[in-house]
Ligand binder design. Structure first.
Ligand code: DAH
Length: 341
């Protein structure tokens, strides 16, 4: 009998080991239920053993019965613990659909883009066509074709970042004038905007990368008065109908005559303040009648066709409109700055 009893004790130990191991491996609620049925169910392993033990002699029945019941209790307790663990897990996974949602943060256009689009819109209303040009240029388009001869001092402030001999990052948008005129015959009325590059030292109004808008109109009988009309209309639209516009003589190699165009100070209405250097005027752009030498370069007959051109910095206009005092802010990507627009 002892022998038989011992074999049951050993069998119980084996079952105990197996049972705890498979309980540990349980990963889903279903597996847990299967475990319960297999070990603790009515026809499960433990009940099978207990049924057998019933037929043992008294002494053996006592010992083995106690051991089997112990194991049953232990398994039941551990099963309960696992059930609780599973319940907690599903509790944590539950989503409270009555809670208000988390709003995703939406981005928006950069202030430079906003003003650029507004500027383009005004010219589009006037029938100007939007054109794009390359940011990498040859010296021919950036200088020569625009009547900046080699070694001309006017090149100095423009001399940009060279990528290879004769190839550079454009220092202004004016080369696009040449590219358009080479491909088309007058009449034409175009606007182009884009990035430009100069080796300027960085301060609150200079940055080596900046944006310009360029305009060009060529046809028969185009006069300086057309240029004035277009620019006054544009400047009063973008700033305010109250502003005055001033044209002063200036020099650009690709226009003749050339003008420097200012608006009456939008902060002091022309009385003089620190923003306008107490002059009452703020310089906005360069303009002029397309130099006949430039027209000849693109094989237009200057006796037949005339035109005007203008160019302006988009940063400057954005800074004036939004009262931004430092150009570097445009490049820092600080959300506290950007979300104000
Ligand atoms: N390209 C000039 C600059 O970057 C600006 C300019 C002046 C453009 C006169 C023009 C113009 O088209 O007519 O400073």
């Amino acid at each position: 009998m002892n022998k038989k009893g011992n074999s049951y004790t050993i069998e119980l130990k084996k079952i105990e080991k197996e049972a705890f191991l498979s309980l540990k491996k349980v990963e889903t609620k279903e597996e847990l239920e299967n475990f319960r049925i297999a070990y603790l169910g009515r026809k499960g392993v433990l009940n099978g053993i207990l049924r057998k033990i019933k037929d043992f002699p008294l002494e053996e029945k006592k010992i083995s019965g106690r051991q089997a019941n112990n194991l049953k209790r232990q398994l039941e307790e551990n099963l309960k613990k696992r059930v609780l663990q599973f319940e907690k897990k599903t509790e944590a996974k539950k989503i409270d659909i009555t809670l208000p949602g988390i709003k995703p943060k939406l981005g928006h256009l950069h202030p430079i883009t906003l003003i650029r689009e507004e500027m383009k819109g005004i010219f589009q209303e006037l029938g100007f066509e939007i054109i794009t040009g390359p940011e990498i240029e040859t010296e021919y388009y950036n200088f020569e074709a625009l009547n900046f001869p080699k070694y001309h001092p006017a090149r100095d402030s423009f001399d940009s970042f060279y990528l290879a001999s004769g190839i550079l990052l454009r220092s202004h948008t004016s080369p696009v004038q040449i590219r358009v005129m080479e491909k088309r015959k007058p009449p034409l009325r175009i606007i182009t905007t884009g990035r430009c590059f100069r080796r300027d030292a960085i301060d609150n109004s200079h940055f080596p990368i900046f944006h310009q808008m360029e305009g060009l109109m060529v046809g028969e009988g185009i006069k300086f008065s057309h240029l004035k009309g277009i620019l006054i209309y544009f400047l009063q639209k973008i700033f305010s109908s109250e502003i005055k516009v001033r044209f002063l003589p200036a020099y650009f190699p690709f226009t003749e005559p050339s003008a420097e165009v200012s608006i009456s100070c939008i902060f002091c209405k022309g009385f003089g303040c620190s923003s306008c250097g107490h002059s009452g005027w703020i310089e906005i752009l360069g303009a002029g009648m397309v130099n006949p030498k430039v027209l000849r370069k693109v094989k237009y007959d200057p006796e037949k066709f005339t035109g005007f051109a203008f160019g302006m910095g988009i940063e400057r206009i954005t800074m004036l409109k939004y009262k931004i005092s430092d150009i570097r802010l445009f490049w820092e990507n600080d959300v506290r700055f950007l979300e104000q627009f």
